[in-house]
Design a protein around this ligand. Structure first.
Ligand code: NAI
Length: 403
């Protein structure tokens, strides 16, 4: 079939196998280049010898999780297991990009002598936790690092069977702000009604730290965490301008819960001399972030400002810095006063934020976005679904089942 991009309300319904393969290969190549370079102004260098060798990535098929897997494998020679939720392809329907990415990554990693496999299914369920434990025992014995990078709209509680849904809403009062859609750079007014009490509780159930803790409890109980094992979950803070819909909204409550879970997990991990961290990462275009109201407009301005200052990073660059300059650097792990790792440090630089605010004030409803990098945001969104690569022939008839 001819696979074309189809985006509905900032959600891509299709993905291109050849483009996803290209995307994964580009990320691998970036890591290999930087891991080999002897000196780079922005990035630390290591021979990778102290990086973890057996890594479990929960949500490792796209976005920050995929980058975590790629950095673990290609900067540290790690064997990896991914757990993610995917739709497989059929003759007439494309797979999720996560499925294509995973197939492409595992093929290449295997060729390069690394073990790489996946457990596809609902990471919140007991069955998938058990299947993953079995896989770890068979393939690795134990793991040295567990990355928690799930972003999901819902969670079925494995004990009660209740379904919780996460929402991206402000708390207390409605929020009016300018926004843009990915398909069109016209600035529009967005109004988001506040969440109900139940929606706040449910969002915390889905995106808070409960499931992360269940994973770590279970892996500890099964003796699958190696001595000095670490676990890291990803969070976001962002600028004041997005506080009502992010940090002070329902998702912010969930992130607070996630962040508070790290201390309790570190306590539990004392058994194996391990540690739990939350890493606050930069705002980047992923399948999850594209659907947050107002955030695409912020990202378009942020990308432009950071590119002008030559400090823009993509997911893989962020994770490379997280692994090499924070988690496994030859020094104590650098955290903020709340114990969080901050690789959003460049995003939050005061001159970057001041410039973004200045440009935000220039935006007008009904007008095209000005002084921002909407093209860059759209290009990245396309590429994470395998589209927009100039040397891929998108008119070619391809079998969506073949990667
Ligand atoms: P993403 O949408 O690219 O990745 C989500 C991953 O979770 C995918 O691998 C998906 O298959 C998996 N997943 C979702 N539901 C699942 C389920 N029920 N069972 C198994 N796997 C499931 O999202 P992104 O943006 O990489 O988010 C990952 C984490 O990073 C989230 O906690 C997010 O809040 C955080 N983060 C994201 C930032 C951004 O700007 N994109 C910034 C800072 C933190």
């Amino acid at each position: 079939m001819i696979i074309t991009k189809k985006v509905l309300r900032n959600v891509s319904l299709t993905a291109h196998p050849a483009g996803c393969r290209r995307y994964v290969q580009d990320q691998i190549d970036w890591v290999l280049t930087h891991a080999k370079q002897s000196k780079d102004a922005n990035y630390p260098t290591t021979d990778g010898s102290n990086l973890p060798k057996r890594v479990l990535v929960l949500g490792g098929s796209t976005g920050y999780g995929l980058s975590s897997r790629i950095v673990a494998a290609y900067a540290g020679n790690a064997d990896t297991i991914n757990v993610s939720f995917e739709r497989e392809p059929s003759e007439k329907k494309t797979a999720t990009p996560g499925w294509y990415n995973t197939m492409a990554f595992e093929k290449q990693a295997t060729l390069d002598g690394l073990k790489a496999s996946s457990v596809f299914g609902d990471a919140f369920s007991n069955e998938i936790k058990e299947e993953t434990a079995k896989r770890i025992k068979e393939e690795m014995g134990q793991v040295d690092l567990v990355i928690y990078s799930l972003a999901s709209p819902l969670r079925n509680d494995p004990v009660t069977g209740q379904t919780y849904r996460s929402v991206l809403k402000p708390i207390g009062k409605s929020f009016n702000a300018l926004s843009v859609d990915l398909g069109c750079d016209e600035v529009k007014q967005a109004t988001i009604e506040p969440a109900t009490e139940d929606q706040i509780v449910e969002t915390v159930k889905v995106m808070g730290g409960e499931d992360w803790s269940l994973w770590i409890d279970y892996l500890l109980e099964q003796n699958l965490l190696a001595e000095n094992a670490m676990t890291v979950a990803y969070s976001y803070i962002g600028p004041k301008i997005t506080y009502p819909v992010y940090r002070e909204g329902t998702i912010g409550k969930a992130k607070e819960h996630l962040e508070n879970s790290a201390a309790a997990l570190t306590k539990k991990l004392e058994k194996v001399n391990g540690k739990a961290f939350v890493s606050v990462n930069k705002a980047l275009v992923t399948r999850a972030s594209a659907v947050i109201p107002v955030v695409p407009l912020y990202m378009a301005l942020l990308y432009q400002v950071m590119k002008e200052k030559n400090i823009h990073e993509h997911c893989t660059q962020q994770i490379y810095r997280l692994f090499l300059d924070r988690l496994y650097a030859d020094k104590a792990v650098l955290t903020d006063e709340k114990g969080r790792i901050r690789v959003d440090d460049w995003e939050m630089l005061s001159d970057v934020q001041a410039e973004v605010e200045k440009r935000w004030a220039l935006q007008q409803e009904g007008q095209p976005l000005v002084q921002g990098d909407m093209d860059g945001v759209v290009e990245e969104y396309e590429q994470i679904h395998g589209f927009g690569f100039s040397d891929i022939n998108y008119d070619e008839d391809v079998d969506p089942r073949v990667i």
